[in-house]
Design a protein around this ligand. Structure first.
Ligand SMILES: Nc1ncnc2c1ncn2[C@@H]1O[C@H](COP(=O)(O)OP(=O)(O)O)[C@@H](O)[C@H]1O
Ligand SMILES: [Mg+2]
Length: 269
């Protein structure tokens, strides 16, 4: 299945970036076209991917943003952005990366040019691109408005044995409900023992289903610093299982939706 749009969120340090890059690699290995969006203001996907030349944080391209959103008066809400992914991205091992960067704003939802530009770019990436898009977010869904959320097929909330990560996940689940995101899944990361797994399972908040588990791997501990090197086959299998489970669940959800639409159609006739 290509074209899925997956957002990854969760508490800081749980492994959002690491899992995003692992999933991107796995999908690429299976022959899919993959684009990763680093939407965390504290961006470190490029380092984790091991990119020598990082793509520019888009929010800092003031000249370009000014030119696209209008220099004076009202900020254009739908600036042209289709050329941005190709022009301002970096590639490594067939995976494309765009980095959004931080937006200086006094509170969320400002009408500043940077946020208007980035919002339009996300809309474009989520609604119009045909490849698998993985969005590495901060601990929340602030980047998603109603429009962008429509394009997200699934939200993965990464949690780990530190149960505070489950509280954060619970908070994000409620935000996701407000955005009508129905496919919200927990991924347990850094699970080092059966006791870890049980503790997480016992604390999963309502509205959150478990998609799968990734172990605590020494090979991943310094991924953010040195970049992700080759990973052991067993870890590759864990990530493969995660991606398959996701595709299976989303495939079932799509089939279910099509079925109920058909039924509605029949009822109307
Ligand atoms: N499964 C894992 N096993 C061991 N260390 C991990 C695992 N996943 C992530 N890490 C490490 O945990 C730290 C935080 O991971 P990161 O992906 O940067 O988290 P986030 O993006 O959620 O802030 C990093 O040092 C990373 O290398
Ligand atoms: Mg991160």
């Amino acid at each position: 299945m290509s074209g899925l749009k997956i957002a990854v969120s969760g508490k800081g340090g749980v492994g959002k970036t690491t899992l995003t890059v692992l999933l991107a690699r796995e999908a690429r290995r299976k022959g899919q076209k993959v684009l990763v969006v680093d939407a965390d203001p504290d961006a470190n996907v490029a380092a984790t991917m091991g990119l020598e030349k990082e793509p520019p944080p888009l929010s800092q391209l003031s000249e370009l943003i000014g030119a696209r959103t209008g220099r004076e008066g009202l900020v254009k809400l739908n600036p042209r952005v289709e050329d941005i992914p190709e022009r301002f991205s970096a590639m490594k091992d067939g995976i494309r990366l765009v980095t959004l960067g931080a937006v200086r704003s006094g509170g969320g939802g400002c009408a500043c040019p940077e946020s208007s530009f980035l919002r339009q770019l996300l809309l474009h990436l989520l609604l119009e691109r045909d490849e698998l898009v993985l969005v590495d977010m901060e601990a929340g869904v602030e980047h998603l408005g109603r429009g962008t959320a429509q394009g997200v097929n699934a939200l993965l909330l990464v949690v780990d044995p530190d149960l505070r990560s489950l509280h954060t996940a619970g908070r994000i689940v409620r935000l996701a409900e407000d955005l009508n995101l129905s496919q919200v899944w927990a991924v347990a990361n850094k699970v080092g023992s059966a006791a870890d797994a049980r503790r997480i399972e016992g604390a999963v908040p309502r509205g959150l289903r478990m998609l799968g588990t990734v172990g605590a791997w020494d090979e991943l501990r310094l991924a953010g610093v040195h970049g992700l090197g080759a990973v052991p086959p067993e870890l590759e299998r864990e990530v493969g299982a995660l991606l398959s489970a996701l595709q299976r669940e989303l495939g079932a959800a799509r089939a279910g939706q099509a079925g109920s639409q058909e039924q509605q159609g029949e009822g109307a006739r």
